[in-house]
Design a binder for this molecule. Structure first.
Ligand code: GLC
Length: 650
């Protein structure tokens, strides 16, 4: 059952596809909104909702976020952010996914909440008070403590008799997930950046020479001419079309990046057309709002304006015509290095510190001033959209920008190449975007804790409809190590997006860059991925079509099993298997909880070397580097492809 309460006049987000009738009257402040069967009561507060949590309750959800599968004990904020640090103390990452399920000890004691609003929402899940879940909508204008009594949002309360059914019901509400092409389940190699077509050819050749399977190679910002979207570098990528064709013969898909900021440069057609038609976001005086991103001064296409969105989407044709069939949309929170106005202000103010003896106070003021330039909240309050015919300040719809940018591409693909299934994923997102594309999990770092974060984020993203997803394997920022790379690949072989990506300036982490022993292990693990693709793609498409989760915590599949409910580092994948990845350095095995009798399949690289029956309970399993253990449920079968594939057969 889904109940909908509409407070005030919510800004439409187009997250939801079902038209659920609104409840006629919404309760006043301090009154109860709903009482679930034998469960908690949801009360309205001045600026949101409040409910009690019992000790045993688990809170699942919130999609892309830091911390565990059970979200209790922290405060999360929906505020799409360009977040390269990824620290545990972050409240927001790149996406806003305002769906949670509170799961009691009895399978039937659960309910889901979806807060549909494009502005900031704060989920205090037992952070301020251990047993209290507080949801607050942060007003767009003014300071975050200054709440108004006006709530403008849709609250959906979803009740079914298990968590999985609650999720399924929610997914029915928000519509079917995007299905990526099968080749996008192949291994992808990326780097910021491969600097020329020669380098691209060389990277591919090294994979093929070493029999490291590969299906896609990613083009980061340097394939462009001066970082301008929909251009190619005339010197370093002079033979772009031929390159795409040659790669296709090698069964390699080239996947270029597209950035949200459009270089403000006269004579650049995308800029000129956008200016002529008024398609860029405006400042309060109606002038194009200038921001800094990769190419320096840029403008932001008004992705929320239907006409501008269709126009921006049409530009993907330039690359589609060159034979490209996959894209990743980036910097679409949108990320702002600076706004022209802010930069000027900071330069003026910083001068005042020049001759000062910088002490404990002034030094920090000075460094904070410099640090305040990028992604400054004031800048997000300084430009406007034309959304459904209305002028609306950006911060009020902030969390929709990445969604609508990606939608622009996806809608264009349907018009331009209706018979093709184009790979599309985005960095920033809001629920609803899952119908158009997947996401990658952003700029993580070469930390063991970020491998765990990748594991824990899979189910929460699946709950919110994002099934085509994965993290930068090996870690994007900082220098990886061969064992981290091996362990991360050992988990990455299960994630739909399996891409090795790293930042400029970090250690090279293509598999062939490591010593030969490590390379052989990595290559063997990637080969195992190809043996798993029939199972994984099947589980994935089935989950998309049936509004289900491909990756689930054990507590969802075994809700009456107390031990299963506690597990935070093992996952069920599809209907047949469970995985228990190693995510600590120098561990040669780990404790595993077996929630029902299972068969353990041990792989050394792609080769099956052991099959052991395990009975329900706790056990310790040796998992040396280079070996992967997969646990198969009783009565189920893991269908494997033959070993030896170096690309996905289409
Ligand atoms: C952003 C992206 C990253 C990319 C880089 C350069 O940080 O998240 O994946 O490599 O920009 O384009």
């Amino acid at each position: 059952m889904i109940r909908r309460f509409t407070f005030g006049n919510p800004i439409p987000t187009e997250a939801v596809v079902l038209n659920i009738e609104k409840r006629k009257a919404v309760p006043p402040i301090d009154e109860s909104i709903a009482v679930m069967d034998g469960m908690a009561e949801i009360k309205r507060t001045v600026n949101g909702f409040i409910m009690k949590m019992r000790d045993e309750d688990i809170v699942y959800g919130l999609g892309e976020n830091v911390r565990g599968i059970n979200k209790r004990g922290w405060v999360y904020e929906s505020n799409n952010s360009d977040e390269p640090k990824h620290e545990e103390t972050r409240k927001s990452l790149y996406g806003s996914h305002n769906f949670i399920v509170i799961a009691g000890e009895k399978p039937s004691e659960n309910y889901g909440l979806f807060i549909d609003t494009p502005g900031k929402v704060r989920f205090d899940i037992g952070y301020s008070k251990y047993d209290e879940l507080k949801i607050e909508v942060i007003p767009a204008d003014g300071d975050s403590e200054d709440y108004t009594s006006e709530l403008n949002l849709d609250l959906y309360i979803i009740e079914e008799d298990t968590v999985l059914k609650t999720v399924k019901s929610f997914r029915g509400l928000v519509g079917k997930s995007y299905i990526a092409p099968k080749w996008a389940f192949g291994y992808g190699q990326s780097r910021w950046s491969y600097m020329s077509s020669d380098e691209v050819r060389e990277v591919v050749k090294k994979h093929r020479d070493n029999h490291i399977p590969l299906d896609s190679l990613y083009l980061d910002i340097d394939y462009m001419d001066d970082f301008m979207d929909f251009t190619t570098n005339p010197d370093t990528f002079a033979d772009f079309k031929e390159l795409v064709e040659d790669m296709r013969k090698e069964h390699i898909h080239l996947v270029p990046i597209i950035d949200a900021g459009v270089k403000a440069k006269e004579g650049y057609k995308v800029y000129d057309e956008g200016v002529q038609n008024g398609y860029f976001c405006k400042d309060e005086n109606g002038e194009d709002f200038l921001v800094g991103v990769w190419p320096g001064k840029c403008v932001l296409p008004d992705m929320l304006n239907d006409e501008a969105r269709a126009w921006f989407g049409n530009w993907y044709k330039v690359l589609l015509d060159l034979g490209i069939d996959g894209f990743w949309n980036d910097m679409n929170e949108p990320a702002l290095f600076y706004s022209e106005k802010r930069l000027k202000k900071v330069f003026d103010e910083i001068g005042e510190y020049k001759n000062k003896n910088l002490d404990v106070n002034t030094f920090f003021e000075f460094s904070e001033l410099a640090g305040s330039i990028a992604n400054n909240p004031e800048d997000y309050k300084s430009f406007y959209h034309n959304y459904k015919g209305q002028k609306i300040r950006h911060d009020k719809v902030h969390n929709l920008f990445g969604y609508y940018m990606t939608r622009s591409a996806s809608e264009a693909f349907k018009r331009l190449v209706p018979d093709k299934n184009i790979l599309m994923y985005s960095r920033s997102s809001y629920i609803g975007m899952h119908r158009y594309a997947g996401i990658w999990q952003g700029d993580n770092r070469a930390f063991w804790s970020h491998l765990l974060m990748n594991i824990q984020m899979m189910p929460s993203l699946n709950m919110c409809g994002f099934l085509y997803t994965g993290a930068d394997l090996g870690g994007f920022g900082d220098d990886t190590t061969s064992d981290l790379m091996i362990r991360w690949l050992s988990f990455g072989i299960f994630t739909p997006l399996m891409r090795n990506h790293s930042a400029r300036g970090t250690r090279r982490q293509e598999v062939y860059q490591f010593d030969s022993k490590s390379m052989d292990m990595m290559s063997g693990i990637i080969s195992l991925r190809y043996r798993l693709i029939p199972y994984l793609y099947d589980a994935y498409t089935k989950a998309c079509e049936q509004d289900e989760m491909m990756f689930r915590p054990l507590g969802m599949d075994y809700p009456s099993d107390k031990d299963a409910r506690r597990v935070e580092d093992q996952l069920m994948i599809g209907d047949a298997i469970m995985v228990s990845p190693v995510y600590t350095q120098n561990a040669t095995g780990r404790s595993v909880y077996i929630p029902e009798n299972m068969t353990m399949l041990r792989f050394k690289g792609a080769e099956l070397v052991e099959e052991t029956s395990l009975t329900k309970g706790h056990t310790f399993i040796d998992m040396p580097l280079g070996e992967v253990c997969i646990f198969v449920r009783e009565g189920k079968e893991l269908k494997l492809a033959d070993a030896g594939a170096e690309y996905v057969e289409e």
